[in-house]
Ligand binder design. Structure first.
Ligand code: MCN
Length: 828
């Protein structure tokens, strides 16, 4: 089902919420009219370039900046010592979790500029500010760094092994923390008595975010007022303001962070990096505007990466197919330093999702976080939840296989049933609402599962290898109830604030503390506010991303904007209506109790002719000539909305692939995504978010992965080497949805921004495993490149000498004796 977008003018005001209206932000974006950070040209701007470590691990014996300082046009060259001299706190912060929740956390120092040692390739050592951007970059060649190289370690398993190169003197064998969740002894008991167990070792590879727009910042300091304006690529301006204020030692109330148009983030623009702090500090220091825009190579080296897990997991299952226990042991890559949200990602955002869609009576998960010589690893679209869902859904396939049970039947048997909600898992969260059977059924119909196995058998007879893969995912988003966030270790409340302001003419500006960067908030928030106030959609303007205009805010990540920001707007609009109703009642000479509000009009009950529109009331509110006694003029309201719980979207994604064992190529026959994100504000935007998310999930399954050599140098440092999928690599997706509203917010919505990314990888990996079952292959590590798939399909043949020569181009023998290559064009 493809959702067709509609013109808002063709939608009745009463139907605006839930309509698939066109995104209002697109004309400016596609015509080049939108203003991004790098478009900002302030008079007298100086430009910054940053000298980055060429090595992943080294002591810095000396940094000689004298030649650079002499170069024409250079205004300043700064190292760690310069920042220290200026009494700048100079440490980059992390926010979660707090030490009392993660007592083992080793909160290592994270200097803005390297302090005698570099721990990942690309770490900032010195900054140059010059009159022109190219001069600044040229001057980097005038800085001489005397490195003493050290051994590097890039994977968590290696970093935690004895004898590994140590990154931080005070970290015992690179241990960032150890953490556990669930009931260990109950889980051990479940395994001891289990009739069947299956186990898996898997890697969830490191991924590099690829927003279209690289990170950038322009800072403008006014010495007269001591005000510092920073325009930057941020997903959370108020959080950045708070953190930066501490990092550079500038008072929060004199610091303004503004996000112009932001060209994607996927999590990478949540965090506080050295670069933005340096720009702000330098502007203050030089008393003139300073600008920095990362090159694409810099983003590859320094943007916080995602995932990076090595996991061993086991599932205990009864003979009837009931899951009895799940045991997980994960080593998580944290990179060289703790980034803003980093320790929360492989702990509270991962371990709490390990029950998946299933009623699992005993779960235990232990996680060892490791420092390694790669950039900090932090939240990247999905953040902990894709890792959990991948693991659970890979085990679901294995469990079914072990019992000889249909994978759909096995899942269905273990689903949390609709009457079990709210469902408390064994890993600390309570699922809000769900009906897992429904999206599964819809997806099965869409792929005609009843006939698939026959088709698969027939194809195998012809030497063609079809496979089907299921992913019944769950996620937790809408971050988060502040109290729960506190219990989970965040040093921040995760409420959201908004203002709904009527202007005297009857139009409205809605301000929200979230900060969209591609998600279409301008459209969906206007739909919410127009619906609440009963006014035309075009009369509502939405403002985000500016600490000067918006009272406060926690930003956009964790698919929280609709559930928390949207709900905050509802609350503000309700307050506005309440005040307007009092004015209306006064003017209609009625008791407010007797006044009803519907479709933008206040009516006296039982006397429909006595009515007045809310837009007229707005004018009256500002005139203040005829309002209830003692009422303040004006019509606007502010809310700080704090939700009761996370929201838990879910769904079933199914991939059908054909694998060519001769070449290792994987072709999609069908990709079906059926998602339940509760009520939908805008089905077109929901569909677009699913499309983008699935594309990223397929990217992880098939193409993407950060690779480092033994020295810790990034091998996949450009788009030539890091395979971001192109449009031709992504299959036509068939989408549908079911609707199970969340009871925890006034809109009944659940988040959608990460769902596709969380769902897709395991659907594809399970499909490839299914296709290659005749070859005795149970899985291929991601990214499933043609080479890896070919090797897996041919491993058995190579091992037992059954016919495949590595350079013959023929596939190995399937285990059931059929000739894989016979009819499959093995000569191609
Ligand atoms: N929406 C809706 N109905 C729902 C849920 C959401 O119509 N039931 C709409 C919302 O109103 C919003 C959009 O869908 O316009 C996404 O909403 P939500 O799921 O609340 O997610 P956020 O807006 O908080 O966005 C964050 C999420 C995350 S965490 C990542 S990562 C991500 C993503 O969004 N990064 C993106 N989508 C992205 N899309 C783009 N283009 N660029 C990114 O960097």
């Amino acid at each position: 089902m493809t959702v067709d977008s509609v013109d808002p003018d063709d939608v009745d005001a009463a139907d605006i919420l839930g309509s698939a209206i066109e995104r209002r932000e697109d004309p400016a974006l596609v015509t080049g009219d939108a203003e991004y950070t790098d478009d900002i040209q302030l008079p007298n701007t100086a430009h910054m370039a940053i000298l980055r470590s060429q090595y992943a691990h080294a002591d810095i014996e000396d940094v000689d900046t004298s030649e650079a300082e002499e170069m024409e046009g250079v205004l300043g060259v700064y190292t760690h010592d310069d920042l220290a001299r200026e009494d700048t706190p100079g440490e980059l912060p992390f926010l979660v979790p707090t030490a009392w929740l993660l007592p083992s956390l080793n909160a290592v120092d994270h200097p803005i500029l390297a302090d005698g040692r570099v721990r990942y390739q690309g770490e900032a050592i010195a900054a140059v500010v010059a009159e022109e951007r190219y001069l600044a970059h040229d001057a980097l060649d005038g800085i001489d760094v005397d490195y003493e190289r050290r051994d590097a370690v890039t994977t968590p398993g290696d970093a935690l092994a004895s004898g590994a190169a140590e990154l931080h003197g005070d970290a015992d064998r690179n241990v960032a923390f150890d953490w556990e969740i669930g009931d260990e002894s109950k889980t051990d008991d479940a395994f001891e008595s289990a009739a069947n167990t299956v186990e898996i070792d898997l890697e969830n590879q490191l991924l590099i975010p690829n927003a279209m727009e690289p990170r950038a910042a322009v800072a403008d300091y006014s010495p007269g007022t001591d005000e510092l304006d920073v325009f930057m690529t941020t997903q959370n301006p108020h959080v950045h303001r708070l953190l930066m204020s501490g990092v550079i030692g500038h008072p929060e109330h004199k610091l303004r962070i503004k996000a112009p148009e932001v060209g994607g983030g996927f999590g990478s623009k949540i965090h506080h990096y050295a670069d933005e702090a340096l720009v702000a500090w330098a502007s203050k220091h030089l008393e003139r505007p300073v600008k920095w825009t990362a090159t694409r190579s810099e983003t590859y080296l320094t943007d916080a990466q995602g995932r990076g897990h090595e996991t061993h997991a086991e599932l205990a299952v009864s003979d009837d197919g009931d899951i009895e226990g799940l045991r997980v042991d994960t080593k998580a890559n944290l990179g060289a330093y703790l980034s803003t949200f980093a320790p929360a990602v492989p702990t509270y955002l991962y371990g709490t999702l390990l029950s998946g869609q299933y009623d699992i009576p005993a779960i235990h998960c232990s996680v060892d976080g490791a420092f390694t010589n790669v950039p900090p690893v932090d939240a990247y679209r999905g953040a902990g939840r894709p890792e959990a869902s991948f693991l659970v859904e890979r085990l679901m396939r294995l469990g079914a296989k072990e019992l000889g049970m249909d994978p759909v039947e096995f899942r269905r048997r273990n689903f949390v049933e609709p009457d079990q909600f709210p469902y408390e898992t064994q890993v600390a969260v309570v699922y809000d609402s769900g009906d897992y059977e429904k999206p599964m059924e819809t997806a099965l119909d869409m792929v005609d599962y009843d006939s698939f196995r026959e088709r698969q058998e027939q194809a195998r007879e012809e030497g063609r290898y079809l496979g089907i893969g299921f992913s019944c995912y769950i996620e937790a988003c809408g971050l988060a109830p502040s109290e729960l966030a506190g219990q989970l270790g965040a040093q921040a409340g995760l409420w959201e604030s908004s203002v709904v302001r009527f202007h005297p003419s009857g139009t409205v500006t809605a301000f929200c503390g979230t900060s969209g960067h591609g998600q279409g908030h301008g459209t969906t928030y206007a739909q919410i506010v127009a619906n609440e106030l009963g006014i035309p959609y075009d009369d509502v303007e939405v403002v985000e991303g500016d600490t000067d205009e918006i009272p406060h805010g926690m930003g956009t990540y964790g698919s929280r904007s609709a559930a928390v920001g949207g709900s905050s707007l509802v609350k503000s609009a309700e307050k506005v209506v309440d005040k307007a109703k009092e004015i209306a009642a006064h003017q209609l000479e009625a008791d407010p109790e007797d006044v009803e509000f519907e479709d933008g009009k206040f009516r006296v009950s039982g006397a429909p002719d006595r009515n007045i529109g809310i837009q007229t009331i707005a004018q009256e509110a500002y005139l203040g000539h005829d309002t209830p006694e003692g009422m303040e003029p004006g019509l606007e309201a502010t809310s700080f909305y704090d939700p009761d719980n996370f929201v838990f979207p879910f769904g079933t994604h199914v991939a059908i692939v054909e694998v060519d064992p001769d070449s290792g190529e994987i072709e999609f026959e069908q990709y079906v995504a059926v998602d339940d994100v509760g009520n939908q504000i805008n089905p077109k935007i929901v569909e677009g978010q699913i499309h983008g998310g699935v594309a990223q999930g397929i990217g992880q399954a098939l193409y993407e992965g950060a690779e480092y050599d033994d020295n810790g140098s990034l091998v996949t440092g450009s788009m030539q080497d890091y395979a971001v999928p192109k449009a031709e690599h992504i299959p036509e997706m068939e989408t549908d949805s079911t609707v199970t509203p969340s009871p925890h917010n006034p809109l009944g919505v659940k988040g959608v921004g990460e769902a596709g990314t969380i769902a897709a990888p395991q659907a594809v990996v399970n499909a490839v495993a299914d296709a290659l079952e005749p070859f005795g292959v149970e899985g291929v590590e991601m990214p499933m490149t043609a080479e890896r798939v070919w090797e897996a399909a041919n491993a058995q043949a190579t091992a037992d000498g059954s016919g495949n020569a590595s350079n013959s181009g023929d596939a190995g023998e399937p285990r059931d004796g059929r000739d894989a290559a016979a009819d499959s064009g093995g000569e191609n």
